[in-house]
Design a binder for this molecule. Structure first.
Ligand code: AHM
Ligand code: MG
Length: 334
């Protein structure tokens, strides 16, 4: 068995000049994941962590107690180390500039969705933590600024997620393939279980909130009808699977092949998902596994963000499926 810790050390050794900062950040995420995992597993038993926090986040969404708790856990895990200069999260309007001298001297910033799909917590459905890591663009030694966070996804140094599912897994990339680690709670170790994950080029699963169908652009509606066509010779109808937890839906499609879509709609003119800590990290993982991620027209990783909590339409998964939905979008402008 190879643990995540061993794997990280091994990878770091391939870069003789690496100083271990990125490894330190991954170790902080690993620790936070264990703490969040423990609390999610007890969510039905412990009143203090189940239910609404009674406040809204910057997106105007109800915060769950576990959202707040996960945000604090991750933030504390980073602050306890010296490798992160700044941190931004779905749960806070502004980024946090860690202001100890050591943190100001750090090279990296991290963006996270601490608990994605949290509306699923109360009903025991899988949720996740998403992270995205960049090298800062402002000089080390100074406090980080918004500019450090508004980098295109192509500048990500590492990205990944933790899925708290029937088992808990951590999946990440540093730009050299995608690897997955399954948590063994008995020994408290993430063990390498999915080496060099490849996203199948084509798939049979489409994931979209079809309740929003009438609000979608025409091209997306037509693609959904294409998925539903009864054409066994071409492998259709496809299978519809939608958990409503991006991490879980993405993870299933990553392993089995499929497409996940959150298009723009009349209720969400720019889509629902956030570019910086939902779309970009998933796009980086998808591409690293051989898949594709776009906003229906542009490659997600090429988009220059202008706001911390910017939203984007999102189409991600098997290359052929994303190309197919593009054909429909191009042929059917609204
Ligand atoms: P969250 O970060 O507030 O949990 O919202 C993001 C989630 C995604 O995990 C999921 O794919 C999507 O919202 C589901 O949205 P909808 O309920 O509109 O289908
Ligand atoms: Mg989210």
């Amino acid at each position: 068995m190879k643990s995540l810790g061993e794997f990280i050390v091994e990878k770091q050794a391939e870069y003789p000049h690496a100083r271990g900062n990125l490894s330190g950040i991954l170790a902080a995420i690993r620790l936070a994941a264990k703490v969040i995992n423990r609390d999610i597993n007890r969510a039905g038993l412990v009143n203090e962590i189940l239910g609404d926090a009674g406040a809204e986040n910057v997106q105007g969404e109800q915060q769950k107690k576990l959202d707040v708790f996960a945000h604090k856990t991750i933030s504390a895990a980073f602050f306890a180390r010296d490798d992160v200069a700044g941190f931004a999260s779905e749960e806070e309007e502004n980024f946090i500039a860690f202001d100890s001298e050591k943190n100001r001297n750090a090279k990296y910033i991290v963006l996270t969705d601490p608990l994605d799909g949290s509306s699923n917590i109360d009903v025991n459905v899988s949720v996740g933590t998403i992270f995205s890591i960049y090298r800062r663009v402002t000089p080390v030694g100074t406090p980080v600024t918004l500019e450090d966070f508004l980098q295109p996804g192509s500048a990500q140094v590492a990205a990944g997620y933790v899925v708290y599912g029937s088992s808990t897994m951590l999946v990440y990339t540093t730009g050299n393939g995608v690897n997955g680690f399954t948590y063994d709670p008995a020994i408290g170790v993430f063990a390498l279980s999915h080496e060099n994950i490849r996203l199948p080029d084509d798939g049979t699963i489409y994931s979209v909130n079809e309740g929003q169908y009438l609000k979608f652009p025409l091209g997306v509606k037509k693609y959904i009808k294409y998925c539903q066509d009864d054409l066994p010779s071409e492998g259709r109808p496809l299978t519809s699977r939608y958990i409503g937890s991006l991490v879980s839906d993405f993870h299933r499609n990553l392993l089995k092949g499929g497409i996940y879509m959150y298009p723009q709609g009349s209720n969400y003119p720019n889509g629902k998902l956030r570019l910086l800590y939902e779309c970009n990290p998933m796009a980086f993982l998808a591409e690293q596994a051989g898949g594709m991620a776009t906003d229906g027209k542009r490659r997600i990783l090429d988009i220059q963000p202008t706001k911390l909590h910017e939203r984007s339409p999102f189409f991600v998964g098997s290359r052929k499926m994303v190309e197919k939905v593009h054909e429909f979008i191009e042929k059917n402008p609204d």
